[in-house]
Design a protein around this ligand. Structure first.
Ligand SMILES: Nc1ncnc2c1ncn2[C@@H]1O[C@H](COP(=O)(O)OP(=O)(O)OP(=O)(O)O)[C@@H](O)[C@H]1O
Ligand SMILES: [Mg+2]
Length: 398
């Protein structure tokens, strides 16, 4: 049963809809940081641990629940983390109940369980069914995967997504009669956001109307100003062409490291690292764990010479990138671009990376500065490498 915890209106809207027992799908469309993932994670625990249905007054019975994200690494940093940390807060977490090999957390008192898997795991997608399915970032799954998962779901489906696309199968599902659409915004979650986080979202108001609409107001976007529309999703990198890397530094925002390959006229991008709150020491640790090759050129955000120098001292071939945004984007757009399917954050950024639009509706030659960390890293490596930018090595001369 659920111990008193901090819940938002998004949690209660979902619980109320679920308790009615009449919806096949409860679709959570929302701005960024509206507490969708956190609230749905809490609700999965409430259901699995035998909480009380507020309509019937009865405890929930035994349920098999699957929590699915586009990939397992994405899930581990998102919905799974929220489920596990909420179990801890509620003092429900017991290591013995968590089968880490199969990614299944069992609730012995009810016999219910919550399993976690990535939508790229086709065996699991086509595996045994469940009572309840929760799809995190549902718009990043394709329709076919959704259909396979839905076919094997006996009771009902929760999903959450940012409505960044103009057209998507998720809207058809969300708008279907018999399904419930819940729209939330960061304003439903102000108590859990810092001033900086709120300011970052509200800055979109002036920066870009469409992104404000999607990530601030939780309303469906338009795609007319999308910068990269030409990319294709692939399974693996070719590993046969010329390989470099691009690195964007962040602290409060993610540091992004992208593997870049040039092969038969095509440009290939693969997300290697995307993580906030990394010090330079942490970053070097990550490089080691990721087995980043010592000799491989890493084109980095030139605004941080000190960090570049520290990477160099740690043995990496790091160097400042040419930061010309417009020319860089032009270069990337001029080549066939392939992005690996495991690059969840990179793909998410690519789909909402937009040109700025001025007050008169004119499209400017400048991207909106929002969710662009992997976009910058990819561009740094691609453009700088291809243009043979003459850099001066940090701490030395050419
Ligand atoms: N009930 C809560 N108690 C404490 N913190 C919360 C609560 N709900 C949300 N948060 C925090 O608020 C932030 C935003 O929540 P969350 O990530 O769930 O939003 P979201 O709607 O899924 O956003 P996005 O669309 O960007 O994925 C997170 O840092 C989360 O930990
Ligand atoms: Mg979320």
């Amino acid at each position: 049963m659920m111990i008193e915890t901090n819940t938002t209106p998004v949690y209660w809207a979902n619980k109320k809809a679920y308790d009615k027992g009449i919806y096949r799908v409860i679709a959570n469309q929302g701005s960024t940081r509206s507490s969708k993932t956190f609230s749905l994670s809490q609700l999965m625990i409430d259901i699995a641990s035998g909480g009380i249905n507020q309509v019937t007054g009865q405890h929930y019975g035994r349920k098999e629940i699957s929590v699915v994200s586009p990939s397992l690494p994405h899930l581990k940093k998102g919905a799974r983390k929220d489920v596990l940390s909420n179990l801890e807060t509620q003092m429900l977490f017991m290591e013995d109940n968590f089968n880490r090999t199969d990614q299944i957390y069992t609730f012995p008192a009810t016999g219910s369980y919550i399993e976690f898997f990535g939508a790229d795991d086709s065996q699991k997608v086509r595996g045994p069914g469940r009572d309840i399915l929760y799809i995190n970032e549902a718009n990043l799954l394709n329709r076919e995967t959704y259909i396979q998962l839905a076919l094997r779901t006996r009771e009902m489906i929760f999903m959450d997504f940012n409505p960044a696309d103009e057209y998507s199968w998720v809207y058809e599902v969300a708008d279907k009669t018999g399904n419930k659409l819940i729209i939330s915004t960061y304003k439903n979650n102000l108590a859990n956001l810092s001033k900086e986080q709120i300011a970052e979202i509200e800055a979109l108001k002036d920066a870009d109307e469409n992104l404000w609409k999607v990530f601030g107001l939780g309303q469906r976007g338009t795609s007319s100003e999308t910068i990269y529309t030409h990319f294709k999703v692939i399974d693996e990198m070719p590993e046969r062409g010329e390989q470099v890397m691009g690195q964007d530094f962040g602290y409060n925002v993610p540091s992004a490291l992208i593997d870049i390959e040039f092969y038969e006229g095509g440009l290939y991008w693969d997300e290697v690292l995307y993580e906030p709150k990394l010090t330079t020491t942490d970053l070097i640790e990550r490089y080691k764990a990721l087995k980043v090759k010592m000799g491989r050129p890493i084109y980095c955000d030139a605004a941080e010479p000190k960090t570049i120098e520290e990477l160099v001292r740690a043995g990496y071939n790091a160097m400042p990138a040419d930061k010309d945004v417009t020319e860089g984007i032009r270069k990337v757009k001029s080549m066939p671009l392939y992005i690996t399917k495991r690059s969840i954050n990179l793909l998410k950024e690519a789909r909402s990376y937009k040109w700025k639009v001025d007050k008169d509706g004119r499209v400017l030659d400048e991207p909106v500065k929002f969710n662009d960390h992997a976009m910058d890293a990819g561009r740094y490596g691609t453009f700088t490498h291809l243009t043979g930018f003459q850099f001066v090595p940090v701490g030395g001369t050419l």
